[in-house]
Design a protein. Structure first.
Length: 441
């Protein structure tokens, strides 16, 4: 194997001369590691000494650092090798199944134990259960491409969710199951992450050494009515997993109102509509729509397009506005182009910073009530098939697939058509207070 070096004829470049030798060596090795597959061999200590003109002590120190960072691993008598890249997961209210699929990783779960047990004081308090209440304790080994990465213990109210364990398997999202079988839509969660080490049992199940670094997550999840749904304790392998959180400035108001002001959009709203649209797409559609499409969204172009739609008046656009006058979301609706007797939802988007606060639900209720007043009791819409958050909202509003399918060339993602028929001419009661950034209608 031929190794490239930043050294030219044994001399460092002008930029490198001011750096310590150990820093230059580490930077060069990190660059090589990134370009190599897991398990690829690295040069020996002697070869690195000769190539970078450094001492054996410097090489060993740098390799120890890279090994501690789990970028490499060493085998006695065999050499030094590139370590496996860590699996990265966003912090958010999404399931293991959804996150793995979005990352192109095959998810899996191995059910270890299901038992109905008295709630401990900690679990009972978290789930707001009375004395003597029982919980379902579900222990699962979570897999990524067949490799164990996390040990999860899930606690549920046994009376409310009796029988749910029989429906759990590696291909079913737990959160999707809550929505489809129990009508539960999730709204928020409290999560803590701590560093700890694996005990003997965790080490055996996770395939790591006793005392290996693990990340311990505790999460309490609430539904749209503020009721606690699940309490979860998980141990993730520190050498194979890391979490990521995107930090952005808050939307320009601290919180969206529970009952936002709804009004007709005007052409003057075009820039604000574009900001909501682009933010919603960038938040909701990675892994669903090609990244090139999302990256290509440009503020002025999207604003011109949405402004033209508003001015054309072919359908109504209604915005949800904060007390400060900030547009937090919008919905486009009107007559279905192919059958004016029906209504159609053309678009529904909320800004990610106000997600899961009922904005999307309120906009959808308004559109359905308005269409019903016009005599359009049947309403259709298109949604990306993989957009589970949007599907959960629409199911709670009474929408069901009607068999229509399409793939628009500019998006390259499968869409399905949903249909809702309101027997009473209303919105079929209050929608579950679910919100999402980008419904994909």
């Amino acid at each position: 194997m031929v190794w490239s070096s930043k050294l030219v004829d044994g001399r460092a470049t002008q930029r490198e001369r001011g750096q310590p030798k150990s820093q230059r060596l580490r930077a060069a090795l990190v660059e090589r590691i990134r370009a190599l597959p897991p398990g690829a061999p690295l040069p020996t200590e002697r070869e690195l000494c000769a190539e970078f003109e450094v001492s054996r002590a410097t090489v060993r120190n740098v390799l120890q650092q890279l090994e501690a960072e789990q970028r490499i691993y060493r085998q006695q008598g065999k050499g030094t090798f590139v370590g496996s890249a860590k699996i990265e997961q966003r912090l958010g209210l999404t399931s293991h199944t959804e996150e793995m699929k979005a990352s192109g990783i095959r998810p899996g779960s191995k059910l270890i134990d299901v038992s109905r047990v008295p709630a401990s004081p900690e679990v009972g308090a978290a789930l707001r259960l009375g004395g003597g209440a029982e919980v379902l304790q579900i222990e699962r080994l979570r897999l990524a491409d067949g490799e164990p990465i996390a040990l999860e213990v899930l606690f549920l109210n046994a009376e409310r969710f009796d029988g749910i364990s029989s429906a759990l398997d590696e291909d079913v999202s737990f959160y999707q199951l809550l929505s489809s079988d129990y009508g539960v839509e999730l709204a928020s969660a409290e999560e803590t992450i701590e560093a700890t080490v694996a005990g003997s049992r965790e080490a055996k199940l996770l395939g790591c050494g006793t005392g290996a670094a693990v990340l311990r997550l505790s999460r309490l999840t609430f539904d749209t009515n503020g009721r606690p749904i699940e309490y979860v304790r998980s141990h993730y392998r520190g050498d194979r997993f890391r979490f990521r959180q995107k930090l952005e400035p808050r939307f320009d108001h601290p919180a969206a109102p529970a009952d936002p002001l709804l009004r007709e959009a005007t052409v003057a709203d075009a820039a604000a509509l574009a900001r909501v649209f682009i933010s919603a797409w960038r938040d909701a559609y990675p892994g669903i729509v090609d990244d090139a499409v999302i990256d290509g969204l440009e503020q002025n172009e999207v604003a011109d397009w949405l402004g033209n739609l508003v001015s054309a008046g072919t359908h109504r656009t209604v915005v949800a506005e904060s007390p400060r006058g900030t547009v937090a979301g919008f919905i486009g609706f009107g007559a279905e182009p192919d059958d004016p007797r029906k209504g159609h939802v053309f678009s529904l988007y909320t800004h990610p910073s106000v997600g899961r606060r009922g904005i999307g639900r309120r906009l959808l209720e308004h559109a359905l009530d308005t269409l019903a007043e016009q005599g359009r009791l049947a309403v259709t819409l298109w949604v990306f098939e993989e957009n589970e958050r949007a599907l959960g909202l629409y199911r709670s509003a009474g929408f069901q697939p009607d068999g229509g399918r399409r793939v628009e060339p500019e998006y390259g993602a499968q869409e399905i058509r949903l249909l809702r028929v309101a027997a009473d001419g209303g919105a079929d009661g209050a929608l579950a207070a679910t919100d999402m950034a980008g419904a994909g209608a």
